[in-house]
Write a protein that binds this ligand. Sequence first.
Ligand code: ME8
Length: 511
Amino acid sequence: MKPKYYITTPIYYVNGAPHIGHAYTSIAADVMARFKRLDGYDVFFLTGTDEHGQKVEQAAAAAGISPQAFTDKISADFKTMADAMAISYDDYIRTTEDRHKASTTELWKRIEKSGDLYLGHYEGWYAVRDEAFYDESELTKKPDGTFMAPSGAPVEWVREPSYFFKLSAFQDRLLKLYEENPDFIAPTSRRNEVMSFVRGGLLDLSVSRTTFNWGIPVPDAPGHVMYVWLDALNNYVTGCGFPDETASRWKYWPADVHFVGKDIIRFHAVYWPAFLMSAGLPLPKRVTSNGWWVVDGEKMSKSLGNVIEPRKLMETFGLDQIRYFLMREKPFGADGSISHQAIISRMNVELANDLGNLAQRSLSMVARNCGGALPASGPRTDDDTALLSSAAALPDLVRAHMERQTFHDALEEIWKVVRAANGYIDRQAPWALNKTDKVRMAHVLRVLADTVRVVATLLQPVMPGSMAKMLDQLGVPADARDFAALSKPLPDGTPLPAPQGVFPRYVEPAA
Ligand code: ME8
């Protein structure tokens, strides 16, 4: 039986259209999901939308339609976007679905039964944009005298009856969790941040709201709706069929990894495990957080007019090109800058020149000089062995990086082999061998085809469409594209289709 692997994206607020930041986290999670499937895991990959709360209610009111009609529309847009980006989710969850309301009501009851809830009165700061409560010590005073959350969001003073979750009682258990599981929070900078936040002492958390009603009702407490983060976080167990622990999907819980942005690490690494501990449910194994994309060095914002729309990028450059850029350009956990120039440079140097030319040069020689069939291997020179062994070592190197979500390092390892293969082809000069030693030429082309096969197989999670084309051209059958299949050589003489360039150079359209 295949080992299970459960992976999630954040569920996105439906208060506006998807932007590149949403695309980024989803693509990273998708790369991981595809990698695990090819590596022999039974993967369950969940994404979806976060539809309750004040922020969404206000956005619906501004649009002049009911919250449900509004969320139906925007959730559908996020789903279309996920499909357009080839996000291979197994289920798409919406928090307004009945299954989620039932699951979250049950989670609430379990927490209540543990004695971790009490009725009180909240009085303090709230940022609707973050859907988060802040202590005054966390805020900055602006020149106009108003306060601002660490995220830059405006805050307002809230006073209302509220249920509280006894978060303060979980400090020791949370610290123990982080200490015993050093991989629970990644990267380390975020882990340190969370640990010092928890060490600083935790306040009880307000978990119901009474000044609006767009949320899941608190059981037996008229006027109270659940705090949107308790509702939203619970999507991860709803997706596994909770509270039906006999559901076939329940086997996937706990999650192996939650992908989140650095802005929402506190919710996932502090509140979420505490809720689960209280409800007596197993804890996720890892929360990995991505850094921020800025545009040409500046923060993306509607007022600056520099918000990057993923659809436009995909139209201009191509889906796989964008997926590659996002995974390659910066370390996953760090911030990085996105610009057309940077995308074009990755496309033209690494995709078109390095990889595209390598495949095209090798395969067109096979087509022209080997009768369009995969040549047989021959006796190996040291140069052959060096290249083939670096290719053979790649799956393990890449796997180790994937486990840590160091995607850009995984790609760098792959590119070392791509560059080595380009060095090899230049040294071996099969075009010259074509005139002097056709037998050796065929052997050289086979070494290249085998190397490109390894590279293309490992790159499938990042560039699924382009690598499918490349593997077609290499004659790799659909059922021999997982990592285990790499240990079986392709049969000599496999007929190969006529090669076609997979990565054209990007040429700026004439103005
Ligand atoms: O926070 N760069 O939803 P959200 C990189 N509903 N990633 C970015 C980004 C940027 N500039 N901007 C956004 C929520 N993101 C909650 C989540 S989960 C139970 C509930 C990504 O629509 C990043 O992953 O605000 C961030 O965490 C997510 O989008 C937030 O999406």
